[in-house]
Ligand binder design. Structure first.
Ligand code: RIB
Length: 303
């Protein structure tokens, strides 16, 4: 039996280099430290839910290498249900992450490995029908996400798509989604409109291009500035929290996991975005992706 929240997504080993600044073209610099962390947008989102205290199942694939075993062990330790994760005969996904400590910005390059082999048939219709919320992102094949979202509609499952990283996706996948979540550059990519994040109208204009149905909602995350939410044909802006960032890797994933968790309890999107906004702010105060997800107590006591 699966959990009320299911994540269909990627699992990566994050290989993270911390340096003061970004090297210029052709420059070699000495970094400050190197660490490995549990990552992958899917895994991070599942860990965010588990840390906030709800049961969550992750559907994905790891490789038959040393990273695969470590990733599975870590997910089990975080109490994520891993029974629908399959071992693939090949390498695990890895992400090369460079964090520049003076600005806390990062650069990420993902090598998909086993994530490219994730299939929607790793979950049966029966198991799917017991879930309330299904989350996915674009580090696993979009055609498999589309297939799963179509099946999930039949069981009335709420389907959340984090359109990250910025890739081309079919119009049908967008139509099969109840809530789209993305940042401004991902919205620019999907709408083919440029956005000025100081100008809410430019965000609203880009959303219009997506031609969403009246039942669909969208949340556009604008980093520390806040979040623009469009739901029930009405736009709202929720301010971000000013916080000293150490490492922003995975903060978008924290936002998604927290949003799903709160939405399951409250069925109120704006309230859930407020909650997720706090959780994401807390996540940037710690290093790593999955490792930076806050507990329910930390979010409730924040501010
Ligand atoms: O969103 C952050 C994640 O993106 C990292 O954990 C990395 O693995 C990439 O998938």
């Amino acid at each position: 039996m699966s959990s009320p929240i299911i994540v269909f997504g990627s699992i990566n080993m994050d290989l993270v280099v911390y340096s003061d600044k970004q090297p210029t073209k052709g420059e070699t610099i000495l970094g400050n430290s190197f660490e490995t962390f549990q990552g992958g947008k899917g895994a991070n989102q599942a860990v965010a839910v588990a840390k906030l205290g709800l049961p969550v199942s992750l559907i994905g694939k790891v490789g038959n290498d040393v990273f695969g075993d470590e990733l599975l062990e870590n997910l089990n330790r975080e109490t994520v249900d891993t029974s629908m994760i399959v071992k693939h005969e090949g390498p695990s996904g890895v992400a090369f992450i460079y964090v520049f400590e003076q600005t806390s910005e990062n650069h990420i390059i993902v090598i998909s490995g086993s994530n490219k082999e994730v299939k929607s048939n790793q979950i049966s219709d029966k198991e799917l029908s017991t879930s309330d919320v299904l989350i996915s992102q674009l580090e696993v094949p979009p055609s498999e996400i589309e297939d799963l979202f179509i099946r999930a509609k039949n069981s009335g499952t709420y389907r959340m798509l984090n359109a990250a990283p910025a890739l081309e996706i079919s119009k049908n996948l967008i139509r099969e989604t109840d809530l789209l979540v993305m940042n401004e550059s991902e919205l620019e990519n999907l709408s083919e409109r440029s956005i000025d994040n100081e100008n809410i109208d430019s965000i609203a204009e880009a959303i219009k291009v997506l031609n969403l149905k009246t039942t669909q909602s969208i949340a556009v995350t604008l980093g520390s500035k806040g979040v623009y939410v469009y739901t029930n044909q009405k736009g709202d802006f929720i301010d971000g929290h000013k916080i000293e960032a150490v490492d922003t890797t995975g903060s978008g994933d924290c936002f998604i996991g927290a949003l799903a968790t709160h939405y399951l309890k409250s069925n109120d999107l704006l309230d859930s975005v407020n909650f997720a906004n706090k959780a994401a702010a807390l996540s940037v105060t710690k290093r790593g992706a999955s490792a930076s997800m806050p507990t329910l107590e930390e979010v409730v006591n924040f501010l």
